[in-house]
Design a protein around this ligand. Sequence first.
Ligand SMILES: Nc1ncnc2c1ncn2[C@@H]1O[C@H](COP(=O)(O)OP(=O)(O)OP(=O)(O)O)[C@@H](O)[C@H]1O
Length: 279
Amino acid sequence: MKCSCELGDTTILILEPEQYVGALKMDARRSTILQTENLTKRFGGLTALNRVSIKVERGSLTMIMGPNGSGKTTLINVCSGILKPDEGRVLFDGEDITGAPPHEIYKLGFIRTFQIPMPFLKLNVLENVLVAMKNSGESPLKAPLRPLWMKEEEENVKRAMEILGRVGLSDSWDKESFKLGGGQLKMLEVARALAAGAKLIALDEPIGGVDPAYANEILGYLSDLRKNLGITLLLIEHRIDLALPFADYVYVMDRGVVISQGTPEEVSNDPKVLEVYLG
Ligand SMILES: Nc1ncnc2c1ncn2[C@@H]1O[C@H](COP(=O)(O)OP(=O)(O)OP(=O)(O)O)[C@@H](O)[C@H]1O
């Protein structure tokens, strides 16, 4: 710090420029985990995203809704590096990730579930989580350290079982993955994202094709992840009747533009949203 002075009850800190940038980054870390600024993506003559600016709060369950072709998937694809934007910026966890390749964004903890290799259907549920887990693994060079990595393996199994508990798959730990239903496979993808160290998990229609009772259960598990682990969830969902009550914040898109945002109550009472869905 350069210096500080008192002004009545207020302390004024004069910071070096690098400290100031550091403080800004700290502030960004505290509240917003993902931010887009005027993000634009064109496919030939079609503008799929038109100056889209969103902010996703850390530890929130944020939902993106909108009719077919409104730009939801394109937005997530541009944020996660699968597509490059034509204009605008993407910031994740205090870093500018605009145009960064998907594997780098993945390493920072922004995990789009389909980015993790699809579950190996012949492996059982637990094995699939272990494969996704970040660890140093077995290597001939480490033979003298065998007791150490054996301990690491034991701890990994313990952690994997804890993760499975958080997504409701504990009882299915020894099931071959091909025996899981569609909703359970999506939860296995979430488990694998957690094992890979996700800070933000982007999910495309996690309750698509799932019966309402299990859909509610899935949304409950996702909601608990953000509450108990501080994981941020970014959901694209069409079944808004079921999903809206679980969202902390909602963006509604139409033809490449954000037309409404706010709490579930705010957006569901917004005439622009009603027009898009009913009109
Ligand atoms: N790779 C591509 N090449 C050309 N056009 C594309 C491409 N990807 C998306 N589009 C177009 O961009 C627009 C937005 O598509 P996007 O898939 O982002 O919408 P969406 O809201 O996710 O739709 P849905 O709910 O049906 O998945 C659509 O008109 C789509 O046809």
